[in-house]
Design a protein around this ligand. Structure first.
Ligand code: 16G
Ligand code: MG
Length: 541
């Protein structure tokens, strides 16, 4: 069995474990950057072991805290097919991260080596990348030390968006396959997206777009893409592009700010590109989320702001793709995956058109559920999502293409190009942006026409601090509580009193708090419901 114990023991003291319990959660480890060095060192080692368990296939490590404040950071692992880390490895990562001494660390690592019967036959391979946080380079050094101790082959991705790293990992592992995913470089990523976009869009003219890059790594990625697209293909104004200026990342801008505050990024009223009717969007700090919005009046008037969130993107995409699938005449099942946070109006709209699955929060759950469909559209309301085409769907589309004509051939060709343009490994702000532009131009819709599909029910989200959030346990895709004992019945009673009322409570997977969501036909009712349920939660814990 294979473990370079001496090298690990020698390198380890440079990365002392902080006095804090760390957990591999929904999106990997995420906390204040200054306590993460030991975790990054150790994740370098675990990633190498994960690669060995996959016969030396490349796996990825991404250093980012996404939409969280700049002083935070995080690290997550990407599996060999570009997907999230296999769930059974999450507790292994947690155990390794929390080993108190070098001996304990070696013991935990040895446990993994034994469990998976890892030997030295293959060379482990790890691809790593990082976002623009000032803390990222030091954490990357810690990863490198872990990889060196393991004698792993490493590929440095550099400053990348999270979805770009997912792309690199899958592309690295499919180089020899009959259908390579793409050239495993950043430029290869841009070329793949750009070529597919040109193939789909043809001479359709997309609406102009104002992009808020959250002062993060999305700025680079957007520039990289625009550089590769033929000149004037897209009419884009990039704002909040201050990469590397301290204190700017996600500050008063970005997808999370816009979605949770339901308003424009700070200072947008002074931007000349920000005009009523213009389509706008915001990336998050690692560009795996996107939300859109537009104004119906002056930027200074909060009432003129209209959000087109992940639910609206899902509705736009599911509707359009369902039409294309129908035109092909193929028996492919298209379905949509949402979470409890999806606005009730979006669920009602979609339910009338396509099958719907509701899953727990967190990309891995949605992704997994979407794989059950031939074409699976998944989006969280917060703007993270993508579309998956099953191998069966791809085969049928390709076969049908061989002797199709007219509208059928056009629909098949478009679906095949969309399957390339859409980053199927994970939600990708850039790729989702192109998808929305392509659909809007095909429909000849502006922001307002897209928004008119359905009207969101007024909704509110609240955060409640409790002593122990593990007391809150849920069932039915987090829509109902099973513990504390009588709380759900009390929530039900409050909800019953409200027209079109809905509310649920779940412990956060990323923060030490409990989240409360409420929606209702009226905005005051939604406000009152979220307050009442929050009070129940506070008094029950
Ligand atoms: C993470 C998840 C995101 C989810 C959010 C919920 C991934 C890559 N990201 O950011 O999907 O919406 O957590 O946070 O899985 P919460 O549990 O704190 O509400
Ligand atoms: Mg993100």
């Amino acid at each position: 069995m294979y473990l370079p114990e001496h090298e690990i023991a020698d390198a380890s003291p440079a990365f002392p474990k902080p006095d804090q319990r760390l957990v591999y959660g929904t999106a990997g480890f995420r906390t204040k950057a200054d306590v993460l060095a030991s975790t990054c060192f150790r994740m370098g080692i675990v990633a190498a072991l994960r690669s060995l368990s996959l016969d030396g296939a490349a796996v990825g490590l991404m250093v980012t805290a996404s939409h969280n404040p700049e002083p935070d950071n995080g690290i997550k692992m990407v599996d060999s097919m570009g997907q999230m880390l296999a769930p059974e490895w999450e507790p292994l990562c947690t155990a390794v991260a929390n080993a108190e001494t070098v001996d304990e660390l070696i013991r935990e690592l040895r446990r993994i080596v034994d469990a998976f019967r890892l030997d030295g036959t293959n060379e482990p391979h790890v691809v790593y990348a990082w976002d623009t946080r000032p803390s990222s380079p030091a954490l990357v050094d810690a990863i490198r030390a872990g990889l060196r101790a393991m004698g792993a082959k490493s590929t440095e991705g550099g400053l990348l968006t999270t979805p770009q790293l997912h792309y690199l990992v899958l592309a690295s592992n499919t180089l020899q396959s009959p259908k390579p995913f793409g050239e495993p470089t950043e430029q290869g990523y841009y070329r793949k997206l750009a070529d597919a976009y040109v193939a789909v869009a043809g001479d359709r003219r997309p609406p102009p777009l104002v992009v808020d890059c959250a002062n993060g790594v999305g700025t680079r990625a957007l520039q990289g893409l625009l550089h590769v697209l033929p000149p004037n293909t897209l009419e884009i104004t990039a704002l909040r592009t201050a990469v590397g200026e301290r204190g700017q990342l996600n500050a008063g801008c970005g997808a999370d700010f816009v979605k949770t505050q339901q308003r424009l990024p700070n200072g947008y009223a002074d931007e000349s590109a920000v005009q009523p009717g213009t389509l706008m969007c915001s990336f998050d700090g690692d560009a795996d989320r996107i939300v859109f919005y537009y104004l119906t009046g002056p930027a200074s008037d909060p009432a003129s702001f209209h959000l087109l969130d992940g639910d609206k993107i899902a509705s736009l995409a599911a509707d359009y793709l369902a039409d294309l699938v129908k035109t092909t005449g193929l028996p492919l099942q298209l379905g949509c995956v949402q979470t409890a946070y999806a606005n009730g109006a979006s669920t009602a709209y979609l339910e009338a058109k396509v099958p719907i699955t509701c899953t727990k929060t967190g990309v891995k759950h949605l992704h997994h559920a979407a794989e059950q469909y031939d074409v699976g559209v998944y989006f969280e309301a917060n703007g993270h999502g993508t579309v998956l085409f099953s191998p069966r769907a791809m085969e049928q589309l390709e076969q049908a293409m061989a002797n199709a004509e007219g509208a059928k051939a056009a629909a098949l060709r478009e679906l095949l190009s969309l399957a390339v343009m859409i980053n199927q490994t994970v939600g990708d702000a850039l790729s989702d942006m192109l998808l929305v532009l392509v659909i809007l131009s095909a429909r000849a819709w502006d922001a307002r026409a897209w928004d008119a599909c359905y009207t969101d029910l007024p909704n509110r989200l609240a955060k409640v601090s409790v002593r122990d959030r593990t007391v809150f346990q849920t069932t039915d895709a987090e829509r109902r509580l099973t513990s504390p004992a009588t709380l759900q019945a009390q929530i039900d009673e409050l909800v019953r009193a409200v027209p079109s009322g809905r509310a649920f409570v779940r412990p956060s997977g990323t923060e030490d708090c409990v989240r409360v969501y409420a929606e209702a036909a009226g905005s005051e009712d939604a406000e009152r419901l979220v307050r009442q349920v929050s009070e129940l939660v506070s008094s029950s814990a």
